[in-house]
Design a protein around this ligand. Sequence first.
Ligand SMILES: [Zn+2]
Length: 255
Amino acid sequence: MPLYKTEALILRTYKLGEADRIVVFLTRDRGKKRGVANGARRPRSRFAGALEPLTRVGVTYYEREQRDLVRLSYAESQCSPLLATRPDALSHVGYFAELMDEWAQEGDPNERLYRLGTSTLEALAEGVPTPPVARYFEYWLLRLQGVYPPHVACHRCGVALDGEPAGACLEPGGHVFTCHGCAGSAGREEGRGVTLSPEALRFLAASGRVAPQRLGTVPLLPRVDRELESVHQALMRLHLEKELRSTRVLRDLRR
Ligand SMILES: [Zn+2]
């Protein structure tokens, strides 16, 4: 049985039998894995504190021939989302982990996705406000999947969108942004709620340049946060073709 030692992010766990857990984790170098942590639900388990979603762990596991499930022999927390002090950070941790789980492919190495997850975790642990971290995370997740529509210039006439007072309109198919002039009355009607103001476009431009730990210095008004969130949710519904459980949980928390 080959033994692997690496760094990983915990994405989720399920109960298994009386005392074990199935752990879904994203390794830095070998993609997403699913494995059994024997005895993880016992009080003094060697996995204690290491299996919360979005924990960065040092992990050792065995791969077994002809078996989908690996066997975890060791996991130690290196950075925990429980370090985050902002109350809304913890409610978002499951959301970030669920999105990564949805998009990561089993056994398909994706170091950029791994880096996005770890830098998001570090930003939360360092106390960066949660809304910009969440919008940054969604933006980069969609970009890494190649589905974030180009947002610098109008897809039809080429005008710079951040210079347009009315901002950018997401076309109903969700593949391109246009200026309001090109969106036309039909586009405006259907695209209501999926426009980005110049401030939102500037936040995206900054997100392309800075690490999430520095997002505290990038302005994000509550109104702009809501615009970005509704565009990102529309894009994720379109590309995931479903609504995530954690998205519903976050919405209910806000009510
Ligand atoms: Zn245009």
